[in-house]
Design a protein around this ligand. Sequence first.
Ligand SMILES: Nc1ncnc2c1ncn2[C@@H]1O[C@H](COP(=O)(O)OP(=O)(O)O)[C@@H](O)[C@H]1O
Ligand SMILES: [Mg+2]
Length: 266
Amino acid sequence: MVSAPLVADKAKGSAPVEIAVRDVAVNFGPRLRALSGVNLTIRACEFVALIGASGCGKTTLLNVMAGLVPIAAGSVNVCKTPPRAGRRDICYILARDALLPWRSVLGNVEYGLEVSGLAREERRQRALAYLDRVGLQDYRDFYPSRLSQGMRQRTSLARAFAVARSVYLMDEPFSALDSQTKLILHNQLLDLWESSGATVVFVTHDIGEAITLADRVVVLSRLGTGITDEIEIDLARPRSAEALQADPRYHDLYRRTWTSLRESMK
Ligand SMILES: Nc1ncnc2c1ncn2[C@@H]1O[C@H](COP(=O)(O)OP(=O)(O)O)[C@@H](O)[C@H]1O
Ligand SMILES: [Mg+2]
C-alpha cells in the first residue's frame, strides 16, 4: 500500500501552501525585538525542521504559528486563516509532555478523541490502534507516573496523531531523551506522519534529528532576523533512522547543515 503523504511527496512543490509567514516581526516590550523580517512558506504534507542558535526565536516563531504570540508586523496564515489559540486543526507538542496524570495511557489517548466527539467504541479502537503503532498496547492501563520519559512522549505522539490534525507544531519534543530512545521515537514519528498527510514544523537543536525527519531544514539567524538557509533533504521515504546512519548522503547533509548553522550564528 502506498500511503497518501508518499504520493503527496512527489507533488509537494505544487501542493497548496499550508503555512505562510510574511515579513513577520515580534516584540517583547519596547526594547526586545525577538523576530524581524521572517519569511517562510510551508506546503501541505511537508515536514520542516527549524534550527538555529539558542535564543534566536524558534519557539517564538512556533508560538506565532499557533497564534499564541501577537505579531508586531507582517502576516501569518495557517490553512489560509490567521492562527489563534485553541484552533482544532493545529496541534502543539512540547518537550514537556502534557499528559493528564489522573488518566491511564489509554485514557490519555482517548482524551483527544473525546474532545473531538467520537463515539465511545470508535474512540477506544482508534486509541488502541495508535498505541499499537508506538508499541504501547501492553502499557495501556499504566498511569503516566509509572512511565519512562520515552514512553510518555510515545503516548503524547499517539494522542496527537490519533486526532488527525492538519498541522503539528513540535518544539524540541525529544530533547530530554537519550540517543537510543530518540532513534525509536524518530521511527515511530516517521511512521505516524507518513500515513497522516499532516504538515509538521519541528524545532530541534539536533542536526541528525532534523535530517532524519524532515523534507527541508530551515535555519533561523542568530538574532531572529530572517531565514538564512534552507536545505532540501532529498533522502527517499519511507526512512529508517538506523539505515540513514549508514547512508553517506546523510553525512554529507549533516556537514552541509552544520556549516550553515555555524554561519547563522555569526
Ligand atoms: N515571553 C517573553 N517575554 C520576553 N522575552 C521573551 C519571551 N519569550 C521569549 N523571549 C526572548 O525572545 C528571544 C527568543 O526566544 P525563544 O523564541 O524562546 O528562542 P529559542 O526557542 O530559539 O531558544 C530570547 O531573547 C528570549 O529571551
Ligand atoms: Mg525554544
